[in-house]
Write a protein that binds this ligand. Structure first.
Ligand SMILES: Nc1ncnc2c1ncn2[C@@H]1O[C@H](COP(=O)(O)OP(=O)(O)O)[C@@H](O)[C@H]1O
Ligand SMILES: O=P(O)(O)O[C@H]1O[C@H](CO)[C@@H](O[C@H]2O[C@H](CO)[C@@H](O)[C@H](O)[C@H]2O)[C@H](O)[C@H]1O
Length: 430
C-alpha cells in the first residue's frame, strides 16, 4: 500500500513553524548551522492524532524533503513525557516527536507492507549515536529485540537501494543481510510540483548482540591482535553477497571495462581535486595507473554491488558477519549508486577500512603494516580472489579511487582523520 500525503493544513503549517528551533537540535538534521527555509509539502495521516509531516528544507546546497512524524495530544504533555520529545504547541494541542512513540509505531506497522513482526511498541527504544536517520529497536513481548525500524529522515522518490537490495537478497536466498520485515511507502507532491513515491522507512530483523565491525577491528588492532581470521570469514560473506546479487539482479558484460574504469578514476581525481586542491599532487600517479587499467584486455562483468562497503557497514554476531546499509556512497547521486559496477569495488572498500582500523587502533610503522597485511591476506583468501596481475591491478585502482573519495570525505567531515587517506595515497602511489 502506498500512503498518500494530503496537502498541508493549518496544523502542518503550525508544526513547521515550531521546527525552526527544534530541527537544528536533531543529530540527523542535514542543514545545521544554516538559516534554512522550511515549508510543509504535505502530511501522511496515519491516525487522527498521528501524522508524518513532510518538510521542504532549503539552505545553500541543501534542498531536501524531511520526514517528521508527530503525535498530537490535547492540552499539556501527559505526565512522564520526555521533555526532549516535546516540539511545542499548535492550536492548544501538544506536538510530540513521534519516532519512538508507541502510537506512531503501532500506526506505522499497521500501514506497512511486508511479512511484519510481533513486537511490543510500548517497549521501543530509540537508538542514539547515528546521524543520518533515526533507528528504533522494537522488542517482542518477552522484551528481546526482534526488529529495528529505520525512519528515513531525508525522503527521495524512486528506488531506495538500502531497502530494495536487502529485499532482493533475501528473495535470492542470502541470509547475510538482516531481513526486511516491513516497509512503508508514501506518495507526495515534490517541491518541483511532480508526484513522488518513495520509502518512509523499513523494519529489519534485529541482529542480537551485534558488534560494529569497525569498532571490533579497532579494538583488535589496539590490542595488537591479528584480524586475519575474522577478515577471512568476512571475505567469504562478501563473496556470498556478490553471488546473491548476481542471482537477484544479473550481470552486465562490459567489453570496455578497462577504459571505463580508467575514465572513472580520472573523473574521481578531477572531482577530488576540485574539493581538495592539494590532491593534484597525486595527478601523475593516478593518470599512470589509469593508463595501465585502460590497457587491460578484459575485466569482470559488472553487477550490483554494495557500493560503500567498509567495516562500519558490517555487524558481527555469534561468529557471523552481516552486511547493512546498502545506500551506496552518500556523496554520490542516487542514479550513479544503482548502476552495475565491479564487485571488487566492495573488496577494495574493506581493504581501505583495515588502514583506518590500524590507525584508529593506534598502530604505526611496521606494526601497522603487519596488522593490515594479515587482515588483507585474510579478506582476499576468504573472498577467493585469484592471485593474478589483472585482479591485483584492478584492486589497486579501486583502492586508489576509494582513497581519493575518502580524502574528500575526511576534509569535509573529519579533518583530524585526513592523514589516514593521505597515508593510503602514499602507499598506493609510491
Ligand atoms: N539489523 C540490525 N540489528 C542490530 N543492529 C543494527 C541493525 N541495523 C543497524 N543496526 C545498528 O544501528 C546503527 C545504525 O544503522 P545504519 O543502517 O547504519 O543507520 P544510518 O543509515 O542512520 O547510519 C548501526 O551502526 C548498527 O549499530
Ligand atoms: O557510513 P556511511 O555510509 O555514512 O559512509 C561514509 O562515512 C564513513 C565513515 O563513517 C566513511 O568511511 C571511512 O571511515 C571509516 C571509519 O569511520 C572506514 O572504516 C572506511 O574505510 C572509510 O572509508 C565512508 O567512506 C563514507 O562514505
Amino acid at each position: 500500500m502506498i500512503l498518500d500525503a494530503l496537502a498541508p493544513d493549518d496544523v502542518d503549517h503550525g508544526v513547521v513553524d515550531l521546527l525552526g528551533t527544534w530541527l537544528p537540535q536533531r543529530r540527523w538534521y542535514p542543514a545545521k548551522g544554516t538559516d534554512a527555509r522550511l515549508s510543509p509539502v504535505g502530511a501522511v495521516h496515519l491516525t487522527p492524532d498521528v501524522r508524518v509531516v513532510l518538510v521542504h528544507a532549503r539552505a545553500g546546497e541543501v534542498d531536501v524533503v524531511l520526514q517528521v512524524p508527530v503525535v498530537l495530544v490535547d492540552g499539556d504533555p501527559p505526565a512522564g513525557t520526555d521533555v526532549a520529545a516535546v516540539v511545542g504547541t499548535v492550536g492548544g494541542r501538544t506536538v510530540l516527536d513521534a519516532a519512538g512513540d508507541a502510537r506512531f509505531l503501532a500506526a506505522w506497522l499497521a500501514s506497512a507492507d511486508g511479512p511484519g513482526a510481533d513486537v511490543d511498541v510500548a517497549r521501543a527504544r530509540v537508538v542514539t549515536g547515528e546521524q543520518s536517520n533515526t533507528s528504533v529497536v522494537l522488542p517482542g513481548a518477552d522484551g528481546v529485540p526482534v526488529g529495528i525500524l529505520k525512519v528515513l529522515r531525508t525522503l527521495a522518490g524512486g528506488e531506495n537501494p538500502d531497502i530494495d537490495v536487502p529485499r532482493r537478497l533475501v528473495e535470492a536466498g542470502w541470509d547475510g543481510v538482516p531481513a526486511p520485515l516491513a516497509w512503508a511507502q508514501a506518495r507526495w507532491t515534490a517541491p518541483d510540483g511532480e508526484a513522488a513515491v518513495g520509502y518512509l522507512g523499513v523494519l529489519s530483523t534485529f541482529v542480537p548482540g551485534a558488534q560494529d565491525g569497525f569498532e571490533l577491528a579497532c579494538t583488535w588492532a589496539g590490542e595488537g591482535r591479528a584480524f586475519g581470521a575474522p577478515a577471512a570469514e568476512l571475505g567469504a560473506t562478501v563473496a556470498g553477497m556478490h553471488a546473491a546479487l548476481v542471482r537477484a539482479f544479473g550481470t552486465t558484460p562490459d567489453a570496455e571495462g578497462g577504459p571505463t574504469l580508467a575514465r572513472a578514476l580520472a573523473d574521481r581525481l578531477a572531482w577530488a581535486t576540485a574539493s581538495v586542491p592539494s590532491l593534484a599532487g597525486y595527478g601523475d600517479g593516478v593518470r599512470a595507473l589509469a593508463d595501465e587499467v585502460a590497457a587491460l584486455p578484459d575485466t569482470p562483468a559488472r553487477q550490483r554491488v554494495h557500493g560503500d562497503l567498509h567495516l562500519g557497514q558490517v555487524l558481527r554476531s555469534a561468529g557471523r558477519w552481516f552486511v547493512i546499509d546498502f545506500e551506496g556512497e552518500p556523496l554520490a547521486p542516487l542514479a550513479a549508486r544503482v548502476l552495475p559496477d565491479l564487485a571488487l569495488r566492495d573488496v577494495a572498500g574493506l581493504l581501505r577500512s583495515f588502514d583506518y582500523a590500524a590507525a584508529v587502533g593506534g598502530l604505526t610503522g611496521e606494526a601497522a603494516h603487519a596488522w593490515t597485511s594479515d587482515a588483507r591476506a585474510g579478506l582476499l583468501a576468504g573472498y577467493g580472489l585469484a592471485d593474478d596481475p589483472s585482479s591485483t591491478l584492478l584492486l589497486r585502482a579501486l583502492e586508489l579511487d576509494k582513497t581519493l573519495y575518502e580524502a574528500v570525505y575526511e576534509a569535509r567531515n573529519r579533518p583530524a582523520w585526513a592523514p589516514i587517506p593521505q597515508a593510503g595515497l602514499e602507499r598506493l602511489l609510491p
